[in-house]
Design a binder for this molecule. Structure first.
Ligand SMILES: Cc1ncc(COP(=O)(O)O)c(C=O)c1O
Length: 405
């Protein structure tokens, strides 16, 4: 299903580099795969759009009947623009201001609230309304320290031990708690950790505490393969176990509830690639350095999370293997996509592809050093569509000047 290398090269000729390109079929495949792995009739998949908020990717998932996990007013407006109705959006309100609370509430989107103080404020402002409550699953797991969101050292969710306080606030103001949410972390390698978080959350849910409950949302965290030597996590077995766990829970609860997940990475990471051109090859004593026309501002995961992204030389695939540092064009020495990486000989002008760049890559990008973000292209078989255009340097400057006046 992956885009042939010849097609990738021709895309760089058509759209120039740096260029993000995404494979539409793979996004759809991953989305539907989760439904087949987790065979529960009331399963709902909420796409965590922070992973990649490109309008056309949102539209693609909207057509597949996905729903949206939004985390800011901007996310909500963007999801609405992509055609998602308000009922298909859940707003996870993390450290929001009062102004943001009122703005999103006026749009009619369900809130997922993760602190007692925000719950109080929301309850006072909107008594009698429906809410979802984010609890902290009390499990520490995830692919990197920065993306472990469970456990009491993190800023996310209400501690399980505060469940009675939540119930008291809701009862005092007539709030209807229709959803319970947790998110353990991102890129979780062990499904047993995800299940532990789920069990912890289910452990506090009783019909007496939550008589209006419609759904339990178990967040995201599904891992994808970044390194060619990694094994794919067995989500088929996980799915069956989870359905058993939840079905048992629902029969004790007395009602069949909806089960939500909120994958970001799993739906879009593998679909994306960043294509870059080698501008400089230099030998620094023992180190061979290949510099490219992109940098951490356009793909920050290696620098931010020490994340591995596989890199291939599309222009010289059969060249002699040599060891390189692949570095970016930003004026900081940490701006490095890969260290001591073996690749077929790299020459200036070669096109490299940085793989698995569909999630938390463009969306975490910036124009640091005043370089515009790359164009984005969506590939559907032989058809490619420009889905976001790169600004020229002058257009970028004019935009910034316009915003500054
Ligand atoms: C609340 C919440 N849900 C879902 C996700 C998506 O996580 P992932 O992309 O690992 O699936 C995140 C990621 O940070 C999150 O914070």
């Amino acid at each position: 299903m992956t885009i042939p290398d010849k097609q990738l090269i021709s895309l760089t000729e058509k759209y120039q580099t740096p260029l993000y390109c995404y494979e539409a079929e793979l996004i759809k495949k991953r989305y539907h795969e989760l439904y087949s792995f987790i065979p529960y009739s009331k399963l709902r998949i909420y796409y965590a759009m922070k992973a990649n908020y490109n309008l056309h990717i949102l539209k693609l998932l909207e057509k597949e009947a996905a729903r949206i996990d939004a985390v800011s007013p901007g996310d909500v407006y963007m999801a609405l623009k992509a055609g998602f109705s308000t009922e298909r959006i859940l707003f996870t309100a993390n450290k929001i201001s009062d102004a943001e609370m009122h703005e999103v509430q006026s749009l009619g989107v369900l809130f997922n609230i993760g602190s007692l103080s925000r719950l109080e404020k929301y309850a006072k402002a909107y008594p009698g309304s429906e809410v979802c409550i984010r609890f902290n699953p009390d499990v520490v797991a995830g692919g990197h320290e920065f993306i472990k969101t469970g456990g009491e050292a993190t800023k996310f969710g209400i501690l399980l031990s505060n469940v009675e306080k939540v119930v008291a606030i809701a009862n005092e103001h007539g709030l209807k708690i229709v959803g319970i949410h947790e998110h353990t972390g991102s890129g979780i390698p062990e499904t047993v950790q995800m299940q532990k978080g789920m069990k912890n959350i289910l452990g506090i849910i009783t019909p007496a505490r939550f008589p209006h409950l419609n759904f339990v949302d178990f967040g995201g965290g599904f891992k994808v393969v970044y390194h060619p030597d990694e094994n794919q996590v067995d989500y088929e077995t996980f799915g069956k176990e989870v359905v058993e766990l939840f079905t048992d829970f629902c029969s004790k609860f007395g009602r069949e509830l909806e089960m939500y997940f909120e994958p970001g990475k799993y739906l879009v990471a593998e679909s994306g690639k960043l294509l870059v051109e080698v501008t400089t090859v230099k030998q620094n004593r023992s180190k061979l350095i290949a510099g490219v026309n992109s940098g951490f501002a356009q793909l920050i995961r290696p620098m931010f999370y020490s994340a591995y992204h596989h890199i291939r030389n599309l222009s010289n695939p059969d060249g002699k293997l040599m060891t390189y540092d692949i570095v970016g064009n930003i004026c900081e020495s940490g701006d490095c996509f890969a260290s001591n990486r073996e690749l077929p000989e790299i020459r200036e002008g070669d096109i490299l592809v940085i793989e698995t760049a569909g999630a938390y890559c463009y969306s975490m990008g910036s124009v640091y050093n005043m370089r515009a973000m790359p164009s984005e292209v969506l590939v559907d078989g032989a058809v490619d569509t420009l889905i976001r255009k790169r600004l020229s340097s002058l257009e970028l400057v004019e935009k910034i000047v316009g915003e500054s006046e």
